[in-house]
Design a protein around this ligand. Structure first.
Ligand code: SDX
Length: 432
């Protein structure tokens, strides 16, 4: 079949050129505009990158119209039901589901890298007790680039693998240390005899003066939440990691940039904002008032946890987390959780409202996740840290894919300039 292309004609000059079309395995084709400036002297213009493919990737695919999410081709629903966060992490990093021995080696590598340098632990003492955990986590992750000089050649595949193991293993320890610092409690060291999520719960909730037993229901709930948050194509924080990494920056610094980007309420910070919104709404009879505010542009209020740049159908993760809410709350004997009931009612009202229907605004991954984190005893200030913790493996997978690509070059977008034309400096004496 003849290669497809689009013909572009400059209506002012009649100049025509062919822009090649490239196809992936699934999903929309892309129009290669690399020759546009050379042949026509113009840039493309797409603020927010709504229709811009910034890279080619083989990791995750989203069909926003159908509500489909695939990790290396596997539906997230199947992985949520049958896999584990460690196995999904291996899949995202290596591209294939592991054989038993490969998974055992991977899990052992992660389990034996969970401690952080003692001097890094002391960094937390520099933060005020009420520092937001996201600020602490992004700062301490960035500080990791001051260590490990022995294995930081980003062009060395083995060094890239060691980095991946270290950051995936240590991010829970850093998250838990931030939590303990906020509480004024002593840090709890990781244990090699616990699985990834049980270790996190132990570091979060154990105290030196009493034994702590991890509830397997809690660990299973976290494992599922981490699978659902592990990766999501070129979202804002992943794109941040790619852009920062494209300069050849230290990979810990690139991941730290991703942590920072994920904290915004329009992105990973929405899970914390949803709980604040639900508590502000308070009761179901206040829902109409808040839905009206969300429809009134002058209010600047948005229904947090609703809407998505790509999903114009139900976010499959939101559906799975809503189902998990029912199960976890029932197992914990809290089926009558008022915030969950309010969230269900808010979803029901919004999805019948023409404003939301017309704009295809559905609950996203952040709408229900905070309710489960709350039920597990995780404080609201830590919700976005949980998002970043789970997404770390996705950030690493995309960083590795980019660095290993021989065609990789520094990311440097252009602009449409609308500032002042050239003008000469005037002395202050001559200014009005
Ligand atoms: C995540 O990209 C990813 O993949 C992200 C993520 C991941 O896993 O990495 O999925 C995680 O970040 C999920 C999104 C979490 N954020 C929120 O829940 C915050 C609330 N939602 C939004 O602010 C908004 O929906 C975004 C940021 C998620 C998407 O914004 P877009 O794509 O830029 O959409 P938009 O702002 O252009 O909105 C389109 C219309 C506008 O109305 P009109 O101008 O057409 O009249 O929909 C309206 C918006 O005002 N709108 C909302 C709304 N979201 C969009 N109105 C009320 N409440 C909302 N939540």
């Amino acid at each position: 079949m003849a290669p497809k292309n689009y013909q572009l004609t400059d209506s002012a000059t009649g100049k025509t050129s062919d822009l090649p079309v490239r196809s992936g395995t699934i999903g929309p084709d892309v129009l290669d505009v690399a020759t546009l400036y050379r042949d026509h002297g113009v840039f493309t213009f797409d603020p927010g990158f709504g229709v811009t493919a910034a890279c080619e990737s083989r990791i995750t695919y989203i069909d926003g119209d159908e509500g489909v999410l695939l990790y290396r081709g596997y539906p997230v629903e199947q992985l949520a039901e049958k896999s584990s966060f460690m196995e999904v992490s291996y899949l995202l990093l290596h591209g294939e589901l592991p054989a038993r021995k490969d998974l055992d080696i991977f899990v052992s590598n992660i389990r034996h890298h969970t401690m952080i340098n003692e001097t890094l632990l002391r960094f937390f003492n520099g933060f005020h007790h009420n520092a937001h955990p996201m600020a602490m986590v992004s700062a301490v992750v960035a500080s990791m680039s001051a260590f490990y000089h022995d294995s930081m050649d980003i062009n060395n595949p083995r060094h890239r693998e060691i980095f991946a193991h270290r950051i995936i293993a240590k991010i829970p320890t850093i998250a838990a240390a931030a939590h303990k610092h906020s509480l004024g409690q002593p840090f709890v060291y990781p244990r090699n005899d616990l699985d990834y999520c049980s270790n996190l719960l132990h570091m979060f909730f154990a105290v030196p003066c009493a034994p702590y037993r991890v509830d397997p229901i809690y660990a299973q709930a976290l494992d599922l939440l981490f699978i659902l948050h592990a990766d999501h194509e070129q979202n804002a924080s992943t794109s941040t990691v790619r852009l920062a990494g494209s300069t050849g920056a230290n990979p810990y610094a690139a991941i730290s940039a991703g942590v920072s980007a994920s904290g915004g309420p329009a992105h990973g910070g929405a899970n914390e904002a949803v709980l604040e919104m639900l508590e502000e709404i308070g009761t179901a009879d206040n829902i109409p008032k808040y839905v009206a505010m969300a429809k009134d542009k002058s209010s600047h209020f948005r229904l947090m946890g609703f809407g998505h740049r790509v999903y114009k159908n139900f976010d499959p993760r939101a559906r799975l987390i809503r189902e998990m809410c029912h199960k976890v709350l029932a197992k914990l004997g809290r089926s009558d959780n008022p915030l969950f009931e309010l969230a269900l009612r808010l979803e029901e009202v919004a999805l019948k409202d023409e404003y939301f229907v017309a704009r295809k605004l559905y609950p996203n991954v952040d709408f229900y996740s905070g309710i489960i984190y709350s039920a597990l005893g995780i404080p609201r200030s830590m919700f976005t840290v949980m998002f970043a913790l789970a997404r770390t493996v996705g950030w690493v997978a995309h960083w590795q894919e980019m660095i290993a690509d021989p065609a990789m070059r520094i990311s440097r977008p252009r602009q449409l300039y609308s500032g002042p034309k050239r003008r000469d400096y005037t002395d202050i004496a001559g200014r009005a």
